[in-house]
Design a protein. Structure first.
Length: 198
């Protein structure tokens, strides 16, 4: 499984970073692939690297990089114990693209959740409170009961269609797959004969 892992970077403490690295290690030991490996590198070098150097890791368009990595992921795991606007944006982006999100909260309860996460209702958004002793169990439980939200399939298209898709992709700054999804979704919303419950 391809996993996008994220936690609050700018406000994180030394113990937060240690926790993030432990979670990344557990994900990798479970034979899953991290789709944003640069995050681990940033965590490992935080104390020795300037903010300018961090920008070099992420290149110029941070939003485009992060969203493209989310789109190729099967799920997002977000450690949200330290509040962050950036985390919220990434979580919402994943949910809008039908990608399941596991929000991990260290030693918490509903009172420690950001209100918007606490009250947000979505079957693809899961919240789990954990400690250093049960984090492995929490991750294993998530992977074992993973909510299936997307189906992958391949398709062949002719050269002209590919050329046009490439053109649209550059014009709209959107991956080809997302353009196809939007076209199908728009057609589906207008088709009154279709019933998704059947």
């Amino acid at each position: 499984m391809k996993v996008y892992f994220v936690g609050s970077y700018s406000e994180s403490s030394k113990s937060d970073i240690t926790t993030y690295l432990k979670i990344i290690d557990l994900i990798k030991k479970s034979k899953h692939k991290i789709t944003n490996p640069y995050f681990e590198k940033i965590l490992l070098e935080k104390k020795r690297v300037s903010d300018d150097k961090m920008n070099d890791y992420l290149k110029n368009n941070v939003y485009k990089l992060l969203t493209s990595k989310i789109e190729i992921s099967d799920c997002v795991i977000a450690e949200i114990s330290v509040p962050s606007v950036s985390l919220g944006i990434q979580i919402e982006y994943a949910l809008n693209h039908k990608i399941p999100v596991l929000c991990l909260i260290h030693n918490g309860g509903d009172d420690s959740l950001p209100l918007i996460i606490r009250d947000y209702k979505n079957t693809l958004l899961l919240k789990s409170y954990y400690t250093s002793r049960n984090i492995t169990e929490k991750l294993e439980d998530f992977f074992s009961n993973f909510p299936k939200s997307r189906i992958k399939f391949n398709m062949f298209i002719n050269y002209e269609l590919d050329k046009y898709l490439s053109f649209l992709s550059k014009k709209e700054k959107t991956p080809k797959s997302e353009i196809i999804r939007k076209i199908i979704s728009a057609k589906m919303s207008k088709d009154t004969s279709f019933d998704s419950n059947k």
